[in-house]
Design a binder for this molecule. Structure first.
Ligand code: HEM
Length: 414
């Protein structure tokens, strides 16, 4: 019995008999009434003696784990077990004799630097993709409603278009890098999957769904950058952002939790909301504020005030949705306050909350202090610096998140 539903494609079993020779087993299958119980048929009766069952498995989030289970078949019991049916079913139950270890402790692992970077890069790309969508729909739309700022708004729109194209391509690159990294981890830790780890991942419906959704999302986002109509572009970019955001949700802890549909749905919302806040800050810091600085005096003040007035509600709503959906995820993955400080997952989550709090403080400072003063050129410069700092904290939040999502959860186990 596993504490998280393992993916059958990623379950490998080896039964070693009393003579040290392998005993053939049927393919692993699920018990009909439970996703966490894996069964394997023993084709024929077992002779008396000590047996060792070595298993390796991975859940939907791709964390490989392994363990052994030893048991003894007694002579008398074997005789009675010889009665038909002649196929014994071995129910794999984690027992006291089965120390469970995470198999990937050295070399290239789900927790190693390069793999963490791949996840971080994916999160940044997704945040920017949905950030561009919200920025276009809410901030630029409001700027363009002011006739004196229409040209400025059109300029922002034109500058965001190639950035959106590049971002869609980075989502694609991050997705392929994720597949490659996960295949490499599986290949190394599950030797029986040698030569076919990527194929195994593609056989898994969650991974297949994630890849298909991200491919479709990237295609929709790229198509959005070629359309000239506002509405059509927004709808396609929106579709692209939602589909792309399904990638991490379908291959992470959310997919492995008992109420997967709700957890995955809220995870997608969490990732989209990270775009509303952090992606919006990226658009402000990298494109909007530098362009506003170049405008002549009165236009600059007007543009800066309009930008801030339209961005503030977007950032605040994003932060609110992030907090609600994040707390839900924390609740289902951590389970209790005690578990928060007891293990790595809880401790990294607390670190994430500390960085989120710093980001929120800077955001509040931009909103309450610099916001009302942005008309002055020097204050615009200060706002730009403070926005960049907020951005740095935001990127740090995503880095801590990339570490967090590769750790075993207290509720789900390894
Ligand atoms: C109160 C604030 C927040 C809380 C409680 C929170 C909590 C969480 C939790 C528990 C997860 C699930 C990790 C897992 O799958 O194991 C998560 C994922 C994530 N969070 Fe947050 N978070 C918060 C704020 C933020 C912010 C401000 C950002 C970005 C700016 C962010 C971005 C993300 C991303 C990108 C994921 C990854 C989703 C995935 O891999 O499926 N979060 N968060």
């Amino acid at each position: 019995v596993f504490n998280e539903a393992p993916r059958l494609q990623f379950v490998f079993l080896e039964l070693v008999g009393p003579d040290g020779r392998p005993v053939s087993l049927g393919p692993p299958r699920r018990q009909t009434d439970s996703a966490t119980i894996v069964l394997a048929d023993v084709p024929g009766p077992l002779g008396p003696g000590d047996y060792e069952l070595r298993w390796k498995a991975a859940a939907a989030d791709g964390h490989p784990t392994q363990g052994t289970l030893t048991f003894r078949v007694l002579a008398g019991v074997t005789d009675s077990a010889r009665a038909p049916p002649r196929t014994d079913t071995l129910a794999l139950r984690d027992s006291t004799t089965a120390p469970v270890a995470s198999v990937d402790e050295t070399g290239f692992t789900v927790n190693s630097g390069p793999y963490t970077f791949v996840r971080w890069f994916g999160y940044v790309s997704l945040a920017l993709l949905s950030g561009i969508l919200f920025f276009r729909m809410i901030v630029i739309a409001r700027v363009r409603r002011d006739p004196t700022l229409d040209v400025f708004g059109a300029e922002l729109e034109a500058r965001l278009r190639p950035i959106a194209r590049l971002t869609a391509l980075s989502v694609l690159a991050a997705m392929l890098a994720h597949l490659t990294a996960q295949s490499a981890v599986m290949q190394r830790t599950m030797p029986s999957a040698a030569g076919s780890a990527a194929a195994l991942l593609l056989e898994d419906p969650w991974w297949r769904g994630a890849l298909l959704a991200q491919f479709a999302g990237v295609a929709a986002a790229l198509a959005a950058t070629t359309t000239t109509g506002w509405r059509a572009g927004d709808v396609m970019l929106g579709l692209g952002a939602v589909l792309a955001a399904m990638g991490p949700a379908l291959t992470g802890h959310a997919a492995a939790s008992p109420n997967a549909a709700l957890a995955v749905g809220l995870d997608v919302v969490h990732v989209l909301a990270s775009g509303a806040w952090l992606g919006g800050v990226l658009c402000m810091g990298l494109v909007a504020i530098p362009r506003a600085k170049r405008l002549p005096g009165t236009d600059r003040a007007r543009a800066a005030v309009t930008l801030l007035r339209s961005f503030t509600p977007l950032a605040l709503s994003g932060a609110g949705v992030l907090a609600l959906t994040g707390l839900y995820a924390a609740w289902i993955h951590v389970g209790s306050f005690g578990a928060l400080l007891a293990g790595d997952y809880g401790r990294v989550l607390v670190l994430k909350l500390a960085v989120v709090a710093s980001m929120a403080t800077l955001g509040a400072l931009n909103w309450r202090y610099f916001g009302p003063r942005v008309g002055e050129a020097s204050e615009l410069l200060t706002l730009r610096r403070s926005t960049r700092l907020e951005l740095t904290f935001g990127l740090l939040v995503l880095l801590v998140t990339a570490i967090l999502t590769a750790l075993p959860t207290p509720v789900g186990g390894p």
